[in-house]
Design a protein around this ligand. Sequence first.
Ligand code: PLP
Ligand code: COI
Length: 336
Amino acid sequence: MENIDWKNIGFGYRKTNFNIRCWFKDGQWGPLEVSDSEHINLHMAATCLHYGQEAFEGLKAFMGEDGKVRVFRMEENARRMQSSSEGILMEKVPVDLFCDAVRLAVKENMEFVPPHGSGASLYIRPLLIGTAPEIGVRPSPEYLFIIFVMPVGPYFPEGFKPTELVIYRQFDRAAPLGTGKYKVGGNYAASLVAGKKAKEGHYSAVLYLDAREKKYIDECGPANFFAIKDNTYITPKSESILPSITNMSLMQLAEDLGLKVERRRVPVEELETFEEVGACGTAAVISPVKRIYDEDQDKEYLYGFDPGPWSTKLYHKLQDIQYGDEEDVHGWVTII
Ligand code: PLP
Ligand code: COI
């Protein structure tokens, strides 16, 4: 294995030793297979290529100071992939099968789990695709479930340093009654143009508004939105955002730290009143936000150049549980 500069690996694809595969054929799931190939042999008329029958997940494994590797809340990812599968009529991967595949993927790539203290972790990417040829718009009778892994650093290059978001009204990521709440590839394709424009403006992500009225905050690119004011953790309730497992965990930790928690519609104007703002997700962890620019209204909202006190506390609390530095009182981690 090449020498990896763990502190500066960034967030990108990297080849590791093995990936795990499992086929659904003839009405049943087959055995887990370990593969050293980075490629799949796919029919050119597979439903994943034409009609978007594709769902993925993202979770992480962390190396503890005690040398134990901990995976964070994998059953939640398994359940969310089942919900995505229901949303686009794919065969559901049983939770136990999903978790066994995660365990095996980590075990087969142990030397790629970044060392404790490096700030990096092992990103685990489950993927489910419809593989049978169909040219009429209908679901595939066959599926391939794959898990591959790679060591990663923070998603937003700033890490825990505050970033900037931008609001555009000319783009939607997902329709209100569409697939926004599922982790399916189409949502990410729909976000590429807006994402490119944001990057060109040196913003780290687009802060999407609800597609129906453009009045309420939805989510920030590949992460959920949260804000703090008056000792309250506030996060949007919306039918078109992905239910983030990180956000779900932060709501619990916020409560543990004595904050009130509100999950409700968040009008854009309320941005003015927040003391702290952040984006949260598996890849992003917590990315504090120092500025939001509303391009159409030429209006900016400022939150200070340093991470706020509650965002800092929540960030450390979450990471300490993930890396095993603090007791896992909620039973969120699985030791591999
Ligand atoms: N929202 C979107 C659109 C995402 O892609 C992600 C990443 O998974 C999240 C939110 C955060 O979800 P989680 O905390 O489960 O990773
Ligand atoms: C994650 O946080 O796991 C994600 O999936 C974000 C991403 C699309 C890179």
